[in-house]
Structures are given as structure tokens and as C-alpha cells.
Write a protein that binds this ligand. Structure first.
Ligand code: ZN
Length: 339
């Protein structure tokens, strides 16, 4: 049997952190795989351009980190879309990640309810989201069917929803941590706040799937008196979970702590292997051509309703780019001649 580890070079972890990157890693001794996401300019661009109230921006930032972590793990070209719909002050979050590296995001919220929540200090993620659901959609293009996973939001945060998703849909023991913060930095025009965000995802993927079995979720229809399904947790996973539980928010967003050093700090006793980092770009996928196609798909009547001062103006909700059309530019193409 070959021993591929023999040839793997070892080195000290990189000292300086690189923002807007995804670092995959593996801890072979514990059958753990994971990724660390660290966002600087990219998250600042996304959140800065929207200028949402700070708690809404922070919540959307967490959704961006989660989306980047999950979307970048896809092994094919396509889009990964995370969307919440709920009854709290923040009605909807939408983040989409287009492989290999582009992400965009926006939120819809009730400004009055958000202001009230801020005044009351009720701005925990679960309080802003309320109840509803979180959908994760994988779109591999028009030729392929879409896959959608849904998990309920029940007053918890996005980490809790992600854990629920992996327990129910993927049945992979998974832990995620998400952090978003603001940094004050001196610039040409005085000190300005900059958003930073980061996260870590850890999964237990043993060669024998038996070891990854988790206790069944409590069935809704169990007869009274049924004892809950108990399954002892694998020791390797218990260790991985315990390590992730020690990660502080600051470790995920500190510009002075590289992703490699964080991975090393957490797992050096077991040996941690890192893979090539991937970049993340705050890049919207909207285009004039795309907007034109969308407008042409509307009925003439709907298009007529959109005309203001002789123009149709469409603003992208993700990046605020504005596209202006004269009505004749997007008139439906004349119907094909009848035979
Ligand atoms: Zn756009």
C-alpha cells in the first residue's frame, strides 16, 4: 500500500492573512475536513454598497460567509443560492455564489420594525429573522434540474439552521461558525468603518459511514413514552466539535491572524494539511443583456406599466447598477410569420 503522506512537504503556517480567500484543510488523524473563509474588501464592498442598518448588514454578512463556504465546495460550474424567508423584521436574505468565486447579496426588511428592534436591543439573528425557512438551491444551468434543500427557521441563527440542514439533508456531522465585525481604519478621508467577516466549517467524513451515524431526529409521531434514539458520538468527531466550539469571533475576522495560522492553532496537535486557497470576489452577475432578456419576457402591458418619463429604468437589487431602456428597445420581437 502506498503512503501518499510521505511526500507531503511540511512548513510553518503563513503569517500574514490574505483576505477574500477560502482555505480548505484536512485533519486526517480525525477524518475531518473543513474550510476557513476570510472576507475583507469583498464583504466591505457588498455591505458598504447597500448601507443597511448595522444589525441587518451583520446578519447578511453571516449569510454571505455561509454561502461562500457551501457554494465553493461544489465540484461543478453553477450557482449556489441561499435564501431566507421569514416573518421577522428582516423578511428576506438572498445570497448567491457563482462558481468559481463570485458572490453577491441583498436583504429585504421592514425599516420600522428594524428600527424598533434596534431601540429594544432585540437584534440577535434569530430575533431579526423570526420564523420561516431557509432554502439552499443548487443551479447547474438550464439543462440540469435544480436541487433545493429547505430547513425551518425557528427563532435560531444561521449557524443553527446550517446544522439542521446538514443533519437532515446531508447526514454529515457538520459544525459551522460565522462571524462579522467592523474595523475602524484610518484612510485618506479620516477613519472609516470597514466590514470584515469570516467563518469555519468542519465536517466528519470517516471512511466507514457507520462512524458518522448520528442519533435520529425525534420523530413527530412517536408513541408517548418512546425513549429518544441515543447513539454514542464517535470520539474523533467529539474532539473536532470540541475544538470548533473554542473558536472566538475575533479569530475569524482578525486581519492579523492568517487562515493557516488559525487552522494550525486549532489542530496542530493532530497534524493539519492545507490545500490551495481559492479567491472570493464581490462581483454581481447582472448585465444589460440579462435585464433586456428579462424585460422582453414580460407582457407588453407590464412593460408599459414600467415606463416613466419615456424610459424604463431597472435597478439591480444586488449591486444597485441601473439600466435604462427606451421602450422600443425592449419591445417584443415581432411574431414569426404564420405559415
Ligand atoms: Zn447587479
Amino acid at each position: 500500500m502506498s503512503n501518499p503522506d510521505f511526500a507531503i512537504p511540511t512548513r510553518e503556517p503563513e503569517q500574514s492573512g490574505r483576505d477574500d480567500t477560502i482555505l480548505p484543510f484536512a485533519v486526517k488523524a480525525l477524518d475531518l475536513r473543513g474550510r476557513i473563509v476570510r472576507l475583507g474588501a469583498a464583504i466591505d464592498a457588498i455591505l458598504g454598497r447597500h448601507d443597511y442598518p448595522a444589525p441587518v448588514a451583520k446578519l447578511l454578512g453571516e449569510a454571505v460567509v455561509l454561502t461562500v463556504m457551501l457554494g465553493s465546495a461544489l465540484k461543478f460550474d453553477g450557482r449556489f443560492i441561499l435564501q431566507t424567508q421569514s416573518d421577522g423584521p428582516v423578511r428576506m436574505l438572498v445570497v448567491d455564489f457563482t462558481s468559481p468565486s463570485n458572490v453577491r447579496a441583498c436583504a429585504r426588511f421592514d425599516a420600522e420594525r428594524v428600527a424598533k428592534a434596534i431601540a429594544l436591543g432585540a437584534v440577535a439573528p434569530g430575533q431579526l429573522l423570526g420564523r420561516g425557512h431557509l432554502a439552499m438551491t443548487i443551479d447547474r444551468g438550464p439543462e440540469m434540474s435544480r436541487y433545493q434543500g429547505l430547513v425551518p427557521l425557528e427563532g435560531g441563527d444561521l449557524e443553527a439552521a446550517a446544522h439542521e440542514y446538514f443533519a437532515r439533508s446531508e447526514q454529515i456531522p457538520t459544525r459551522v461558525r460565522l462571524a462579522v465585525g467592523e474595523e475602524f481604519r484610518a484612510g485618506e478621508n479620516g477613519a472609516r468603518r470597514h466590514w470584515r467577516a469570516g467563518g469555519i466549517l468542519l465536517q466528519f467524513l470517516p471512511a466507514s459511514p457507520e462512524r458518522a451515524r448520528q442519533a435520529d431526529l425525534p420523530p413527530g409521531n412517536a408513541p408517548p413514552g418512546t425513549s429518544p434514539h441515543v447513539l454514542p458520538e464517535d470520539e474523533a468527531w467529539a474532539e473536532g466539535r470540541a475544538v470548533i466550539a473554542t473558536v472566538d469571533d475575533i479569530e475569524l475576522i482578525d486581519p492579523a491572524l492568517s487562515s493557516e495560522r488559525l487552522a494550525y492553532r486549532l489542530f496542530h496537535e493532530r497534524g493539519v494539511r492545507v490545500f490551495r486557497t481559492a479567491p472570493v470576489n464581490a462581483q454581481c452577475s447582472c448585465s444589460r443583456g440579462g435585464v433586456e432578456t428579462m424585460l422582453k419576457s414580460f407582457s407588453q402591458r407590464d412593460r408599459d406599466d414600467m415606463v416613466e418619463n419615456g424610459r424604463i429604468t431597472v435597478t439591480c437589487e444586488f449591486c444597485s447598477s441601473t439600466y435604462v431602456f427606451a421602450p422600443h428597445e425592449i419591445a417584443a420581437s415581432p411574431p414569426a410569420a404564420q405559415a
